[in-house]
Design a protein around this ligand. Structure first.
Ligand code: 6PG
Length: 251
């Protein structure tokens, strides 16, 4: 498995959003310098919205060469893009509609498709085209942003799901009975673990138990299976979410 995770504890959600925005800006600068573009998989849910808002405003907005950014999604609910539960809609409202990223470089998962399997196959094809990968090869995203569910899920990789054992496909259609919108599409663990950098963004006291389970108790929850083989893993957590973590450095 990959390198040990770096855990940064931020004072509160706003400080975490700033730290996450800085991480995106730094990762983008590094990738553009090295390869002329920056590929990022955006997280859904609520937490990342504050980070996206920071990236859409000074001082961070100006520090990203948006013309060289390619935005993907870690997962999507099986809803149309204008639906209030759409991860695309959240990211588009908070960030994508506010920065000069070329529309052709925003690769949305078409959750509105009737057949989720077809939607998964279509997105897998888009990833392969964007990364020039052939069958069996994995796209290497420069940065994947992820959230953490209170049950230990991340993206749409839920506990007990057969997709956790996926080793070949890059995108899967899943049915998560526990989720508000059960039908979903998700990047699979092989893609997350092929990334150059993965950053979890976790805030709030309600995440303290699951964060301890994943980081301290090493419970094999889906989020604990994210460990980039040749990449960096960062956990940006706020004090409320970190409340049950052993005070490693006496903090
Ligand atoms: C989704 C996300 C999901 C999310 C977690 C945490 O589509 O809902 O991909 O994995 O990151 O559920 O969500 P919050 O940030 O809203 O707590």
């Amino acid at each position: 498995m990959g390198s040990e995770p770096t855990v940064s504890i931020l004072h509160d959600p706003d400080a975490l959003a700033d730290a996450a925005a800085r991480l995106v800006v730094d990762a983008a600068a590094e990738a553009v310098l090295a390869q002329g573009r920056f590929t990022i998989a955006l997280a859904g849910g609520v937490t990342p919205a504050a980070t996206y808002a920071k990236l859409a405003a000074p001082p961070w907005r100006e520090r990203v060469d948006w013309g060289r950014v390619w935005a993907f999604f870690g997962d999507e609910r099986a809803v149309p893009p204008e639906h209030r539960e759409s991860n695309f809609r959240m990211a588009n409202e908070a960030l994508l509609s506010k920065v000069p990223i070329p529309p052709a470089q925003v690769c949305r998962i078409r959750g509105e498709m009737e057949d989720p399997e077809a939607a998964a196959a279509e997105y897998a094809k888009s990833l392969a085209a964007a990364f020039g990968t052939r069958r069996g090869e994995l796209p290497r995203l420069d940065l994947v942003l992820l959230g953490l569910g209170v049950d230990g899920h991340t993206a749409s990789l839920f506990p007990g799901s057969p997709v956790l054992r996926e080793v070949f496909r890059t995108v899967a259609a899943v049915h998560a009975a526990a989720a508000a919108i059960p039908q979903r599409l998700t990047l699979t663990l092989p893609v997350l673990n092929a990334a150059a950098r993965v950053a979890f963004l976790v805030t709030g006291a309600e995440k303290a138990k699951v964060l301890k389970a994943v980081l301290a108790d090493r419970v094999m929850l889906p989020a604990a299976l994210v460990s980039p083989e040749k990449g960096r893993l960062v956990w940006l957590v706020d004090r409320a979410a970190a409340a049950l973590l052993p005070a490693a450095d006496g903090r």
